[in-house]
Design a protein around this ligand. Structure first.
Ligand SMILES: Cc1cc2nc3c(=O)[nH]c(=O)nc-3n(C[C@H](O)[C@H](O)[C@H](O)COP(=O)(O)OP(=O)(O)OC[C@H]3O[C@@H](n4cnc5c(N)ncnc54)[C@H](O)[C@@H]3O)c2cc1C
Length: 481
């Protein structure tokens, strides 16, 4: 990966002056300066990107974030917001400048039970937000495998998806209000808990999914939902991806909104788990080419979800649409099934190099996409191993490619762009997107230019210039200036 620094380094004097001013503003716990201390903030967690920075600021209050941004702006030094560093596109990797970590800005400010909202600071870990909602008798439904370390500000900045999008939407749909430090150091207090507010441009949407390029999110008002009191989890074997799509339609008709997660798993994904993740075992007697892991939930305590599920599966079985199914009989069994799904990325990593494609398509086009893209990459690189899995209910497929067994990892990874291009071109031809939920960061800037219309790029550039004319807010991410 490119480790060039596109941001002009400030003079040593400026950097020293700035560090002294930041030290004075933030106190002894507020600034990290040694190479050892800043190392975790300049390395992307997979090691694909390594950057540099002058220092890491750790403000503990919104006013401190604003002060850091003001000081950096005055020195002409860029700032790079940092959450849990679990992003997958290099968006939080600094290319010079000052990293602003939200890790000390992590309070749950309050729960409004009647309004069904929770107000949290940007550095709150997603699992802590979920736990705070649960303690208040409610559900905050955003859920992803990185939830123990990603932070809500990062989730909002990347408009994260995860396994519950089908029922509750992306992060964008879960945010009612935001507090944001703007590139000039002013604070926009948009912390409103309103479900209706048609008062001109809805500015919060500019910052959601902007990957820290327009401002630093410091707090948010989030929607809460009724907690599920009944749930059913099943792993269902299907002969092909068309069968998975047909099962989705059948279940959607049968149980509607109760279908809260619907994930595609290929046999190779399970084989990777059995080989590398201790305690993972095949819940079925025979191997099948494709599986769907699904969950139904209801806020009613004794909702007969199980009956509806069994009936829909029996019909699908009779119609020849599914070949086997395991319905979890206990919470432990359900967790074991979900562990298989959540372990695929980890297990795949242990198979050597992995080129990740995070595409989305209209659900009707997913079978054609997987067939065409698999054939194309197999022609491009004989022996490549396609592991296509993920949130098929949302039309979102992680079309991940494992290196051929005998190939060197470095040689495979060097071919990332060619393979990504093949996959993204096919997604585009089928009216899909080259980046469904992971964003653009540095990794997909070239793709953005290739697949977005000129008019869209121009509008994005104008927005960026209007909000951040000095280009100090996470420069070089999403857009190339
Ligand atoms: C195992 C694993 C599973 C994952 N599963 C999913 C998944 O199912 N769905 C999904 O969408 N993603 C997934 N991801 C990707 C990642 O977890 C998400 O993108 C997450 O939302 C990033 O949050 P973070 O706090 O780690 O952000 P970071 O990685 O720290 O930052 C991500 C971007 O947001 C910016 N940013 C961070 N905080 C702020 C802030 N307060 N204000 C403004 N900008 C900010 C950064 O500058 C950067 O550009 C997964 C990652 C891993 C490692």
């Amino acid at each position: 990966m490119d480790t060039q620094d596109p941001v002009a380094a400030p003079s040593p004097l400026t950097a020293d002056d700035l560090r002294a001013a930041l030290r004075a503003a933030l106190g002894p716990r507020g600034l990290l300066e040694t190479a050892e201390d800043v190392a975790p903030y300049v390395h992307e967690h997979r090691g694909l990107f390594v950057g540099t920075c002058i220092a890491v600021a750790r403000p503990a209050a919104t006013a401190e974030v604003a002060e850091v941004v003001r000081l950096c702006g005055a020195a002409g030094v860029p700032v790079v917001p940092h959450g849990g560093n679990t992003g997958l596109v290099g968006g939080g990797v600094p290319r010079g400048g000052v990293v602003i970590s939200t890790e000390r800005l992590c309070r749950i400010r309050g729960v409004d039970v009647a309004n069904r909202t929770i107000t949290v600071e940007a550095g709150a870990i997603l699992a802590d937000v979920q736990a705070a909602a649960e303690a208040a008798g409610a559900l905050f439904p955003l859920s992803l495998a990185a939830e123990g370390s990603c932070r809500i500000g990062g989730n909002i900045a990347t408009n994260a998806g995860g396994i519950n999008v089908l029922r509750y939407g992306n992060t964008r749909e879960l945010v009612l209000g935001l507090e944001v430090v703007l590139p000039d150091g002013r604070v926009w207090d948009g912390l409103r808990g309103l479900r209706k507010n048609n008062t001109g441009y809805d500015l919060k949407h500019l910052f959601i999914g902007a990957e820290g390029t327009l401002g630093i999110i410091t707090a948010a008002v989030l929607k809460l939902f009724a907690r599920p009191r009944s749930s059913e989890t099943a792993l269902v074997a299907v002969t092909d991806v068309d069968g998975a799509v047909a099962l989705f339609q059948r279940l959607n008709d049968a149980v509607g909104d109760a279908l809260s997660a619907f994930e595609l798993i290929p046999r190779i994904g399970l084989d990777f788990c059995f080989a590398h993740i201790p305690g993972c075992a095949d819940p079925m007697a025979e191997a099948h080419p494709w599986y769907v892991l699904l969950r139904l939930t209801s806020p009613r305590r004794h909702d007969p979800l199980g009956d509806a599920l069994e009936a829909a599966l029996a019909e699908a079985f009779e119609a020849g649409a599914i070949t086997d199914a395991v319905v979890a009989q206990s919470e432990t069994q359900a967790l074991d099934l979900w562990r298989l799904r959540e372990s695929i990325s980890d297990a795949q990593r242990q198979e050597g190099g992995s080129v990740k494609n995070d595409v989305s398509l209209p659900l009707s086009q997913v079978p054609a996409f997987i067939a065409r893209a698999s054939a194309a990459v197999e022609v491009a690189m004989p022996g490549i191993r396609v592991c296509a899995f993920g949130h098929i209910g949302d039309g979102n497929i992680h079309f991940n490619l494992s290196q051929p067994v005998a190939m060197q990892r470095a040689a495979f990874m060097a071919d990332w762009q060619r393979l990504e291009r093949i996959v993204s071109d096919i997604a585009a031809e089928l009216d899909g997107s080259f980046s469904a939920e992971h964003g653009i960061g540095e990794l997909k800037r070239t793709s953005l230019l290739r697949y977005k219309e000129d008019v869209e790029i121009e509008l994005m550039q104008r927005l960026k210039r209007a909000l951040d004319p000095e280009a100090i807010m996470n420069p070089g991410k999403i857009l190339t200036f």
